[in-house]
Ligand binder design. Structure first.
Ligand code: FAD
Length: 284
């Protein structure tokens, strides 16, 4: 039987809520603390898995000692007992203070994670499966060396990643960024040393007819800078798919220069998406 490497790049961190902040109508920032000494964010769009306790549980049930084998170990746990698992992004990591911020979109369809964030109180427990080295597979913003300019698009769920990408980009990097959010009050300062042109699209200011395709319409109507781009697209799965098609079919962007991720899908919970992925893998 294969054994897990002694030093896997991810591990479980049992944490607690230190404080919460309603940063804007659409977002709750939850600051977590605990033993984060081994936590090492790669910056940019650093993703991780978040595990929430089920009602009546003191702490989330996860296969803590499993290392790289956590996934099969997780699947063996009883679905009604194992923690609720979701995927989120590091908004900020302050190693000196031992603090980690997550920005949760407070979407209006009841979901365990957004509901948890809305009601979170200091002391509430949660566990994350996060990186223990900065160079890890949970960072997917990786422009090839010959990139002349960077195109970034995302909805509110991708805003923490977009913030991380902008903070990371080397000084002077040419970047064109579109962000879609619900309300003008959701606008955030996004510090960067890049030469970035950032455009916000606020859904409450858009006509109903184009709300679902606002990012696509904005990108479609824009003139691209000269040179070779690298594109990073994240947000609702259908919107991301349409944007990628536009770049490949109408702008002739090499598909190998596009990183695209559906962060959520209309009408499907993360369990639904995971079940679909597992079924696809099983039939492949
Ligand atoms: C790599 C990655 C990084 C992510 N980072 C973040 C992050 O930093 N912050 C963040 O807020 N989200 C982030 N997301 C998205 C988040 O994981 C999903 O929105 C997730 O579905 C929320 O879980 P939930 O329990 O609230 O809703 P679920 O139980 O998963 O879904 C319940 C219902 O809500 C709908 N729904 C889910 N999300 C939204 C939404 N944003 N708007 C409207 N309806 C929605 C679903 O379609 C479903 O009908 C990330 C996703 C990925 C894959």
């Amino acid at each position: 039987m294969a054994t897990a490497p002694a030093d896997p790049p991810f591990e479980f961190f049992a944490l607690r809520v230190l404080r919460t902040d309603r940063v804007s109508p659409g977002f709750a920032r939850v600051t977590l603390g605990g033993d984060l000494t081994r936590f090492a964010s790669g910056g940019r769009a650093q993703r991780f898995k978040l595990f929430l306790p089920r009602p009546g549980q003191d702490t989330p049930l996860v296969p803590r000692e499993a290392g790289t084998d956590w996934w099969p170990a997780w699947q063996r746990l009883a679905p009604e007992e194992r923690a609720v698992m979701r995927t989120y992004t590091v908004r900020d990591h302050r190693p000196d203070a031992g603090e980690l911020d997550i920005d949760f979109v407070l979407h209006d369809i009841a979901g365990p994670a957004s509901g948890w964030a809305r009601d979170a109180r200091p002391g509430d427990p949660l566990t994350i499966l996060g990186p223990n080295r900065a160079d890890n597979g949970g960072v997917d913003f990786r422009p090839p060396p010959d990139t002349d300019w960077v195109l970034v698009t995302g909805d509110a769920t991708a805003l923490p990643a977009v913030a991380g990408i902008l903070a990371w980009l080397p000084p002077g990097t040419r970047a064109t960024v579109w962000i879609e959010a619900d309300h003008a009050a959701d606008l955030q300062e996004l510090p960067t040393e890049a030469d970035a042109e950032i455009t916000w699209l606020f859904r409450d200011r858009l006509p109903h007819a184009i709300r679902r395709a606002a990012l696509l319409a904005a990108v479609r109507d824009s003139a691209f800078p000269p040179g070779t781009p690298y594109a990073w697209l994240a947000g609702e799965a259908g919107a991301v798919r349409d944007l990628r098609r536009h770049l490949v079919n109408e702008r002739a962007v090499d598909r190998r220069r596009i990183t695209h991720t559906g962060y959520w899908r209309r009408g499907a919970s993360e369990e639904d998406l995971l079940a679909e992925a597992v079924a696809t893998e099983a039939t492949a």
